[in-house]
Design a protein around this ligand. Structure first.
Ligand code: APR
Length: 177
């Protein structure tokens, strides 16, 4: 069965999917942005559980139960802080997506929702981050079809429109004619 990529605008904490991905920090103890929203909605047990995970390096991913959320699992990943591309940020962001997808497969998850990792507090340029994510997801889909649905969740109208534009851009200029 072909994988499906969906682009939506909304609050990732409301989704009833196999796993939502949290753009966490290396402590996994919660924070602001989507991390804060997920911890608030999941409840205090999430922080207690994450304490046992003993942190997470940038580019890595770890899984937890979802507690009070509608999804089954939360996959916590840590994106890089943008530093003008001087500290391997692009590779680390690609790794955060790849490792989240691998953890999903390892846990037989069939539907996953990603926020735009690193594009908020970590200031990674949105378009660049979206292209990295798109390449990583497409590369993964070439060799994995157990993950049936991949949802990209944007939180703002402008991010939603930007994502749609990038995903709907013709693959080559022959299609423009
Ligand atoms: N649902 C979906 N997307 C959301 C939500 C939400 N409820 N809240 C925020 N976002 C979007 C933001 O608009 C942004 O596009 O998630 C994207 C990632 O932004 P951040 O949450 O700021 O994450 P990031 O840039 O990866 O920075 C991570 O911020 O919250 C802290 O603890 C976190 O230190 C870590 C850092």
């Amino acid at each position: 069965m072909d994988n499906i990529i969906e682009i939506i605008k909304g609050d990732i904490t409301t989704l009833k999917v196999g796993a939502i991905v949290n753009a966490a920090n290396s402590s996994l103890m919660g924070g602001g942005g989507v991390d804060g929203a997920i911890h608030r909605a999941a409840g205090p047990q999430l922080k207690e559980y994450c304490r046992s995970l003993k942190g997470c390096q940038a580019g890595e991913a770890k899984i937890s139960p979802s507690f009070q959320l509608k999804c089954k699992h939360i996959i916590h990943t840590v994106g890089p802080v943008w530093n003008n591309g001087t500290q391997n940020e692009e590779a680390l962001l690609a790794s955060a997506y790849r490792r989240s997808l691998e953890v999903a497969i390892e846990n037989k998850i069939q539907s996953i929702a990603f926020p735009s990792i690193s594009t908020g507090a970590y200031r990674f340029p949105f378009d660049k981050a979206t292209l990295i994510a798109k390449n990583e997801i497409e590369r993964f889909m070439k060799t994995n079809n157990t993950l049936q649905t991949i949802i990209l969740v944007t939180f703002s109208e402008s991010d939603y429109n930007q994502l749609k534009r990038i995903y709907e851009k013709p693959k080559n200029n022959y299609q423009n004619q």
